[in-house]
Design a protein around this ligand. Structure first.
Ligand SMILES: Cc1ncc(COP(=O)(O)O)c(C=O)c1O
Length: 439
């Protein structure tokens, strides 16, 4: 593919810059118009393979499945907005009931909102109400959203917080980012120094454990750089929470909904949380946030939390249709993810062997990241190189998104055609080769 910025693309970008106050738009000139399955099409008819799933939203194909769109259309004809927090309706409750079938025994209760940040705001508020405690422990590199409660827990990039403090009572600790261990140790000989740190510093010197409501954690850090912690890390957090009467809140907004090969990413670690949050893929392309609590935590007072659009009839119809598809096809989906994950890991590991600038390849299921460095020995972050790879790949017909300081996320839809997957990996490799040869 030979991509050229034509007048229409140029005008669309200029108008965006004139009217929009702030965004996180990337350097590459993608002006989307439509999408179907594995591909994104721009307004000038250029076709791109999608390894971004529109920021981790279309786990089951760009523009969702036909049965999902049909369910949405049908509900729209009947009633679009149902005022679910004030009036009763069946659709969102059907979805809640079906969703809970994906959870371990003992879950529980569901709260609907419209985004990941709201799902986490609800989890934060609920944790404080349930425990009657105020502090929260969260992690560097963690991303939980951009509204005040969630932003207080987010510590991914300083620009996201710049000029907006003070924040809520949240203390951050280092995540188990083994490729760049903050303690300059190596796993497993480190003996999980990051867990010791939590016990010896924040919980011993800063926030009294008996006043700490919850530990908020992503099972795999997304925005922070596609960082996969060792199992012991998540298990250790569960133990710390249990030993101190804190709740473990698992943010599955990016890692959840089959992305790692399991419906709940946390299941890969053999750990259960007390509260789970979802958004992105769960709405099948429409805005939805979900907070799920353990039944034993009990209920909240009438009116303790609510919103206008949570449990929206149209969104719930789409979400339920997609969940129905996932449940009916679970075995095929699981084995498909395993197979595609294998293809991706093999190709990416080979790229790591071949190119000095590919420092690390890591992931679970089809949540895979590669970290770009100046060279393997120094591990100096290859920020420019990463950005150039993404641009080169775009011009070659592949959409990728960055993560963290110098990583690239590789998150095609979970049922991507295997030939398209290989083609996308070819484009990625060609981009890495080009950037490597004039690095
Ligand atoms: C793990 C995680 N939590 C929360 C959020 C916030 O979600 P939203 O942008 O829908 O508010 C994101 C968004 O990227 C995320 O990746």
């Amino acid at each position: 593919m030979v991509f050229k910025v034509d007048g229409r693309i140029k005008r669309a970008i200029e108008r965006d810059k004139r009217f929009m106050i702030t965004t996180t738009k990337e350097d590459f000139p993608l002006v989307v118009q439509r999408a179907s399955g594995d591909y994104i099409y721009d307004i000038s008819g250029n076709r791109f393979i999608d390894f971004s799933t529109f920021i981790s939203v279309y786990n089951f194909g760009d523009n969702s499945k036909k049965e999902v769109r049909d369910a949405i259309r049908k509900q729209m004809e009947l009633l679009m907005h149902n005022a679910f927090t004030d009036y009763y309706s069946e659709g969102p409750v059907n979805f809640a009931e079906n969703l809970l079938k994906m959870f371990p025994k003992g879950f529980g209760k569901v709260f609907f909102s419209n985004s990941g940040t709201e799902a986490n705001e609800a989890a934060l508020k609920f944790s404080r109400i349930f425990t009657k405690r105020k502090y929260v422990l969260a992690f560097y590199g963690g991303f939980h959203g951009r509204t005040y409660g969630s932003l207080s827990m987010t510590a991914s990039k300083a620009v996201q917080r710049e000029g907006t403090g003070p924040f809520g009572p949240v203390v951050h600790a280092p995540y188990a980012y083994c490729y760049r261990c903050p303690f300059k140790q190596e796993y497993p000989s480190c003996g999980m120094a990051c867990l010791d740190y939590i016990k010896k510093y924040p919980l011993a010197k800063e926030i009294p454990p008996n006043e700490t409501a919850a530990i908020f954690v992503e099972p795999v850090q997304g925005e922070g750089g596609y960082v996969v912690p060792p199992k012991e890390f998540i298990k250790g957090l569960r133990e710390i929470a249990d030993d101190n009467g804190m709740l473990l809140v698992d943010d599955e907004v990016q890692a959840g909904y089959m992305r790692t090969g399991r419906f709940l990413a946390l299941d890969n670690f053999g750990v259960k949380a007390d509260i789970y949050t979802f958004a992105k893929s769960i709405g099948a392309g429409l805005p939805m946030g979900v907070t799920v609590t353990r039944s034993a935590l009990g209920d909240l007072k009438h009116g303790a939390h609510a919103n206008t659009f949570g449990g929206n009839a149209t969104v719930a119809a789409g979400a339920d249709a997609l969940l129905g598809y996932v449940r009916e096809n679970m075995h095929r989906i699981e084995s498909g993810i395993k197979e595609r994950s294998g293809i991706m890991m093999k190709r990416l590991d080979a790229m790591k062997e071949r190119y000095e600038i590919v420092g690390d390849v890591r992931g679970i299921g089809m949540m895979i990241g590669i970290e770009i460095v100046k060279d393997k020995k120094s591990k100096t972050p290859g920020i420019e190189e990463r950005d150039r790879i993404i641009k080169e790949a775009f011009e070659g017909g592949l959409v990728l998104l960055p993560a963290g300081e110098c990583s690239i996320r590789i998150i095609p839809q979970l049922e991507i055609d295997k030939k398209v997957l290989e083609k996308g990996l070819d484009i990625l490799e060609e981009a890495i080769r080009k950037v490597s040869s004039n690095a």
